[in-house]
Design a protein around this ligand. Sequence first.
Ligand code: 13P
Length: 243
Amino acid sequence: MTPGLRPLVAGNWKMHGLAADGLALARAVAAGGEGIHAEILVCPPATLVAAVAAALAGSPVATGGQDCHANPKGAHTGDIAAAMLADAGATYVILGHSERRADHAETDAQVKAKAIAAIAAGLTPIVCVGETLAQREAGQAESVVRNQVTGSLPEGFAAAGGVVAYEPVWAIGTGKTPTEADIAAIHAALRQAVGATTRLLYGGSVKPGNAAAILALPDVDGALVGGASLVAEDFLAIARAAG
Ligand code: 13P
C-alpha cells in the first residue's frame, strides 16, 4: 500500500455474465461491500453496464467498462464511445488489457488515445501493462512495462486520477503469480514512472488466499481481479484484504 492512497479493488468480469447472473453478482457485491475501506469497482460486459450501474446506484460499489473507442462518435460498428459508458453509469474504464492487446492487436498508441478519450468523457482510465512469460524469462519484464507506461499514458493521466494495473500476461487465469519480491520490484519501477499519486494495482490470479500478502506490498494500491471477481464472496474477501 502507498500511504495516503485509498486502495481500489476492481473486478474484471471479462466476457462473462447474462443479465440474471450479472445482476445477482452485482447485488451481492453491493450488499457485502458496505463498510469495506477499499474502493470497490465491478466491470461487467458492455451489455450489462447500464443495468449493473442502476442496480449499484446508492451502494459503495462503482461500475466500469472494459474498453472504449478512441473517438467520441462515428462510423465504428460494434465499438463503444467513452461517453456512452459514462451515459450508462460507468465511472471507470479498463484500457489496454493484455487480452485486448492480444485479441485486437491494440498498441500503446491506441491505448493512449483511448485514455485521452476516457478522460475527456469523465471516466477514470485503468491502463493495463504486463510482460509475457518469454519477456520475463529474457529479463525484460521491467523494461517492457516501463515502455508500455511511457507509450500508453497520456499527459494529464495522473491529474485525472488515472490508475495503472500491472498484470503479467502469464499470471492471468493460470493460478501462477510472480514472487512477492518480483511484484514489489515491478511496482517500484512503475512508481518511479508514474509518480506518487497514481494508484498501482496488481492483477493476475489474485485470490482470497494470496490477496493479503500481495496487497501488503509497497506500491501495491489494490487489485484487478478476473476469475475470483465472479464469485461475490471471493471478491469481497479480496476487497476486505485491502484493509
Ligand atoms: P485472473 O484474476 O482470472 O487471473 O485475471 C486477471 C485479469 O486479467 C484481470 O484483468
